[in-house]
Design a protein around this ligand. Structure first.
Ligand code: HEC
Length: 121
């Protein structure tokens, strides 16, 4: 939640700047960089709040791997179907295990992270 608010705030500040100043190339570059979803600016908080309860190090509740670091979460996207697991409508397959499903806006951020290239920062 805090992250959404921060992103919204940053976006507002950037937009306010643009509307006051003339459209220089610097502003455009700034907008693009704010919109990129990275592990540090978005994903870590989502995973910490929803997954690390089981995917701790060591993992508990029969979770097969930790999701504490950038490398671990990226590996789970690349090789363990993380995107399918959080997007699933099938409660027996869905992550977080046992549900409830993450809010669609949160799932969309994780999918966006993948589209943006699974950046760390
Ligand atoms: C209540 C405990 C629990 C929570 C919370 C939880 N998981 Fe899991 N997770 C498991 C268990 C148990 C398994 C192994 C059984 C299975 O694959 O369904 C698993 C498996 C997975 C797998 C597949 C691993 C593999 O190698 O096949 C992924 C990916 C995953 N979890 C991601 C997540 C993500 C992302 C979150 C948070 C959005 C999350 N999990 C939250 C317990 C949990």
């Amino acid at each position: 939640m805090k992250t959404y608010f921060l992103k919204f705030l940053i976006l507002c500040i950037v937009l306010a700047n643009i509307s006051c100043e003339n459209d220089s190339e610097d502003d455009l570059v700034e907008v693009i960089s704010v919109e990129l979803v990275t592990y540090e600016n978005t994903i870590k908080t989502i995973i910490d709040d929803n997954c690390v309860f089981c995917h701790n190090d060591p993992p508990i509740n029969f979770a097969p791997m930790p999701l504490l670091t950038y490398d671990q979460v990226k590996e789970a996207v690349d090789n363990r179907g993380l995107l399918n697991r959080v997007s699933s409508e099938d409660i027996s397959f869905l992550m977080p295990s046992g549900g409830p499903r993450l809010p669609q806006s949160t799932i969309d951020l994780i999918l966006q992270w993948n589209t943006d290239g699974l950046l760390e920062q």
